[in-house]
Design a binder for this molecule. Structure first.
Ligand SMILES: [Zn+2]
Length: 296
């Protein structure tokens, strides 16, 4: 999520576990085990029943993030297993810390090898990050003036490496809500209702991948599965091809768009990916269009 200070990025991240499906018993046990090994299970907790939400400070060390130490301890990425790992102010994290995140994001497990031991901890988490759009915070803001030069805006984004950015499926710009809209009497959708839709979409996915061990949702699709289950119809394919050329998107972005489009279609209960699904998924690649910071 990229947006000005006060646009509600952290608030949205914290609410995320409330729309995710409840933990299954197996997930509950795994999560409890990790927290117990880390000595982070309260004396009154027998079983962790809520998805973890971990939000380490940007001054965190690589060891505290991925795990390790004298006696092997799980890090924040494993404490976030089956839940959400939220990196607030992503560009403030040290570059080396961000780099060690890449592999566990792909593998969903981490092997820590030292002279004396080698241990493996699971770390299948949803990675969520927030950042200001520029050093002053107001680039692209509807009412306030950004005082940064185009070079400063581009350099700020460049603190996040391309390969890490590539691994983020959904990149959205959060635009602050105007006061009139905030006081609008219409109520938004309740988290509990959104959660029901998410649960239905996940059930469709469980069913789809039931013959593939270890694969439960669209995010885990391999290229072969993408080709099998996320092929858009002819019209949406030509839309995607056009967007790829015009926005100068990478091959990795192409796969991400198909995965996200598959999920958007699942949320609607649509069997085939159509134009609206692809169009929405393309709109979630705000940062890799090569135009960020150029004023276009
Ligand atoms: Zn600025």
């Amino acid at each position: 999520m990229i947006g000005a200070p006060g646009s509600g990025k952290s608030m949205m991240a914290k609410r995320l576990p409330s729309i995710l499906p409840p933990l299954t018993l197996a997930e509950s046990l795994e999560t409890t085990k990790i927290h117990s090994v880390a000595g982070k299970l309260g004396s009154r907790t027998a079983l962790i029943a809520r998805r973890p939400f971990r939000s380490p400070h940007h001054s965190i060390s690589s060891v505290a993030l991925i795990g390790g130490g004298q006696n092997p301890q799980p890090g924040e990425i494993s404490l976030a297993h089956n839940g959400v790992l939220f990196a607030d102010e992503l560009p403030e994290f040290s570059r080396s810390v961000l780099e060690v995140l890449r592999q566990p994001l792909e593998d969903r497990k981490i092997t820590i090898s030292r002279a004396r031991y080698s241990v493996e901890f699971p770390c299948s988490f949803m990675f969520v990050a927030s950042m200001n759009p520029c050093p002053c915070g107001y680039y692209n803001h509807p009412t306030r003036q950004c005082v940064c030069s185009p070079g400063q805006v581009a350099r700020y984004l460049n603190r996040i490496s391309g390969p890490l950015l590539d691994r983020i499926d959904i990149q959205v710009e959060i635009v602050p809500v105007a006061f009139e809209q905030m006081s609008d009497s219409r109520r938004g959708e309740r988290s509990a209702d959104i959660r029901q839709r998410v649960i239905r979409a996940r059930q469709i996915q469980e069913e789809r991948y039931r013959e593939y061990p270890g694969i439960h949702c669209n995010a885990q699709m391999t290229s072969a599965l993408l080709a099998e289950y996320a092929q858009p119809d002819a019209k949406s394919l030509s839309l995607l091809k056009q967007a790829m050329e015009r926005l100068n998107l990478s091959a990795r972005a192409y796969d991400r768009i198909l995965k996200v489009a598959r999920t958007i279609a699942d949320l609607e209960g649509a069997p085939v990916i159509g134009v609206p699904h692809i169009a929405e998924a393309i709109s979630y690649r705000s940062l890799d269009r090569g135009t960020w910071g150029t004023g276009l």
